[in-house]
Design a protein around this ligand. Structure first.
Ligand SMILES: [Zn+2]
Length: 401
């Protein structure tokens, strides 16, 4: 049966429509406009949201199925057996969905657990958002990235990218700055905190270029964990699509990103949320982030105000995407409207799925949420998500865990 949504304020991603209406047929949006403009189908289910703000479902553009950064000791939890990680992941997906996240981009998992999770969601075995997956992240030997495996030299890198794509990867994830585990032995060493002015590249320019060329040749985008510096410059020059975190980006790299159109994924909770930092269970590294907090804020403010295109990600802190939006508004001076776009249409464009999701337009999938209040005026209203549709089906009715 068709559905008619009667909306108070409808934010399509392109315009704001007062007394808007959306008609859904199956999983697809078929008509959008004011209630007067649209053709009301005969015999349809009506959802009366006239006291609410209606917008596209949210996209967490950087997360991991099996990481639960909302829980204490989550870094150590990555050494859990896969069976336990998958169970945790199922819970995480339910949490995300219930906060209005209808799509996630998972940037790396071990043992193709992301392939299993995506299949489980798509087949209806468990509830969860749509997922764009990466397979294994690629790192060089001794590089940073629990969600990655080591590959050295162009041949290994090329084979790893192809293997991921064969397994079902929607995009490829590289880890380019940082070394293994607690960063204790490299320039990132905890004793030196996280040295802003000492950014490096763990991959060679050739390895980076090889990975990006193979991925792009197969129509896949590339995301890279990178704090800034040499790694950023090599990645941007090589045609990177999305740079993740970017906390030590300097003006030269920011200008390069604007020029090249490289997207930045802001992951604010990872640096500015005290509870999450405590949850890491790695006090030395946390001290580093806290020590450089004002630098990180200044660099990211600079990136955003210089015109770098951006979206948001929780980096495995499930249920916290709204807090990402609050942080970019409060700490980076992003407008409420741009914050909403960062979690919807702009993320969809960055992830290469703007033809299917991210706005409320005829022909797109009916991933739609309603919110009490008006987040264009007060971003914290996003905590009051009410109705959640994924592909036209209500998922807000799932019980809480
Ligand atoms: Zn991550």
């Amino acid at each position: 049966m068709k559905k008619l949504l009667k909306c108070g304020v409808l934010f399509t991603g392109k315009e704001v429509i007062k007394n808007g209406a959306v008609v859904i047929d199956g999983e697809t949006i078929v008509d959008v406009g004011t209630l007067d403009q649209i053709t009301v189908p005969e015999d349809c289910e009506v959802l009366d949201l006239q006291d609410q703000f209606v917008m596209a479902g949210l996209i967490d553009a950087h997360t991991h199925f099996t990481v639960s950064a909302q829980n204490p000791g989550y870094v150590a939890g990555q050494k859990d057996p896969n069976e336990k990680k998958v169970l945790r992941a199922a819970r995480n997906m339910r949490i995300d969905l219930k906060t209005g996240v209808t799509t996630i981009r998972c940037l790396g998992e071990q043992d193709f657990l992301d392939v299993i999770m995506k299949e489980a969601i798509e087949s209806g075995m468990i509830p969860g958002p749509r997922a764009l997956i990466s397979g294994y992240g690629l790192k060089p030997s001794f590089g940073h990235g629990v969600m990655a495996a080591p590959f050295d030299g162009c041949d290994e890198v090329v084979k790893a990218v192809r293997t991921n794509i064969q397994a079902g990867a929607d995009q490829i994830k590289l880890f380019v700055t940082g070394n293994e585990e607690d960063f204790s032995t490299f320039k990132f060493g905890a004793g030196r905190a996280i040295e802003k002015y000492d950014m490096h590249s763990m991959f060679t320019p050739e390895e980076i270029q090889a990975a990006i060329d193979i991925a792009h040749g197969a129509g896949r985008k590339v995301a890279a964990h990178c704090y800034g510096g040499l790694g950023a410059r090599l990645l941007i020059e090589a045609g990177l699509d999305t740079l993740e975190h970017g906390i030590y980006l300097e003006q030269e790299e920011i200008d390069m990103m604007v020029e090249a159109g490289t997207w930045l994924t802001l992951t604010m909770n990872a640096y500015f949320n005290d509870e999450r930092l405590a949850n890491r269970g790695t006090p030395d590294q946390v001290k580093g982030f806290v020590k450089y907090r004002s630098d990180i804020q200044k660099n990211l403010q600079n990136a955003v105000s210089s015109g770098v295109k951006f979206m948001v990600g929780t980096d495995g802190q499930h249920g916290a995407l709204i807090s990402e939006l609050e942080l970019i508004v409060d700490l980076l001076g992003v407008s409420n409207e741009l914050a909403l776009k960062a979690a919807t249409c702009n993320a969809a464009e960055a992830c290469g799925v703007a033809d299917k999701i991210g706005t409320i337009e005829a022909g797109k999938l009916a991933d739609i949420i309603s919110v009490q209040g008006n987040p264009l005026n007060d971003i914290s209203d996003m905590h009051k998500v009410n109705v959640i549709l994924k592909g036209g089906c209500r998922v807000d009715t799932l019980s809480d865990l």
